[in-house]
Design a protein. Structure first.
Ligand code: ZN
Ligand code: ZN
Length: 362
């Protein structure tokens, strides 16, 4: 039995994106001994939250409480959860469950984020076995499968750890998987919430040169301050694609607009370079690609989606070791509606983190 109630900001329709979420109680998934209940202290605001509130990717099963960059205190821990104790500071990212079967090609090899059998998101998903719906972190409490709950290492402030759990891992995993490191030049396209983590983690992984690529020249100083070595403004630097052709080993694109100049991004790659897409436009379509641009420089195009629990742990350790310091702005949970309106307007520099006034100091 629990002596706490699950309450949070609920979206009841696509209108909720306009600052119309309503505070209310919800029924969390049915408790099992594999689960952990978290008293939420912090939750980052991710671009996915906005897509979900407005039914941007698919019809959202309202009511929906979004938020999948959750940090807080474990207050109830199922018997089957071995590595977490009541009182631990823990976090949850965008994934709340996968099939976890030994014969699953993904789950059995530490790639739970790509499980095709039973992939449950931290919010807006339906659990198998009639266990109910998943609700996210703009709330007092969260209940998630213990396999997807990670301990937050000491030395990492909760407001910094929270946005790493989705925003951070989404760029860390493809950087790591595609050889970001000493001697490499890495380009980060779109320096917003995800992209700012791209710059920070590319540096932390030891890339020789990091190039921030965004639209406006006015962002240049900020991006260099983040740690980038060079900046390209695609709206304002004339001839940018030609002038910087074949200069980058690995590009991570966080852009989620189908109007992006993809063909020109690809011109920036060295021979055998790699382009990885992590931003997802509403509707999902990318601009068309000319086959010759692939053939003539032997480049590869790929994609990447979040990361596994073990990759999240690795990332958090690296963040402690290299003192990765994201740029976050704390907002009180009670002002969540205003915060999503500000986020939608593109005002976040670079991540808003909601702070639950009942469970943490603002
Ligand atoms: Zn699986
Ligand atoms: Zn996210």
């Amino acid at each position: 039995m629990t002596d706490y109630k699950f309450e949070g900001w609920l979206g009841h329709s696509p209108e909720s994106i306009n600052g119309k979420m309503e505070w209310g109680s919800f029924e969390p998934k049915k408790w099992t001994e594999d689960d952990v209940d978290i008293e939420i202290s912090h939750c980052g605001i991710c671009g996915s939250d906005l897509h979900m509130l407005r039914s941007g990717w698919a019809p959202t099963p309202y009511p929906c409480c979004v938020g999948h960059e959750i940090v807080g205190k474990a207050v109830r821990v199922g018997k089957n959860v071995k590595d977490i104790s009541v009182g631990d500071r823990v976090g949850v990212g965008a994934q709340a469950r996968s099939c976890l079967q030994p014969d699953c090609p993904e789950c059995s090899t530490g790639r739970e984020n790509y499980c095709a059998r039973s992939n449950v998101g931290t919010y807006g998903s339906i659990y198998p076995n009639d266990e109910g719906k998943s609700y996210g972190g703009y709330a007092n409490y969260n209940r998630t499968n213990g396999h997807f709950v990670v301990k937050i290492p000491e030395g990492l402030p909760s407001e910094d750890a929270a946005p790493m759990l989705c925003g951070g891992i989404t760029v860390y995993a493809p950087l790591k998987d595609n050889g970001c490191g000493p001697g490499k030049t890495v380009g980060i396209v779109g320096v917003g919430g995800l992209g700012h983590f791209g710059v920070l983690f590319a540096k932390a992984l030891g890339a020789e040169k990091v190039i921030g690529i965004s639209r406006k020249a006015s962002k240049k100083d900020e991006v260099l301050k983040l740690g980038a070595d060079q900046y390209i403004a695609t709206d304002d630097d004339e001839g940018w694609a030609k002038n910087n052709a074949r200069s980058i080993d690995l590009i991570i694109s966080t852009v989620s607009s189908d109007k992006m100049p993809l063909q020109q991004y690809l011109m920036l790659l060295k021979v055998n370079g790699t382009y990885i897409q992590v931003g997802a436009p509403d509707g999902g379509n990318l601009p068309p690609i000319n086959a010759f641009s692939l053939l003539m420089s032997g480049i590869k195009i790929g994609g990447s989606g979040i990361g596994s629990p073990s990759e999240i742990r690795q990332m958090l350790e690296l963040a402690v070791e290299k003192k990765v310091k994201p740029w976050v702005q704390k907002r009180p949970l009670k002002d969540a509606n205003q915060a999503i309106v500000d986020m939608e307007a593109g005002n976040a520099r670079y991540r808003y983190v909601l702070v639950n006034e009942k469970h943490a100091k603002l």
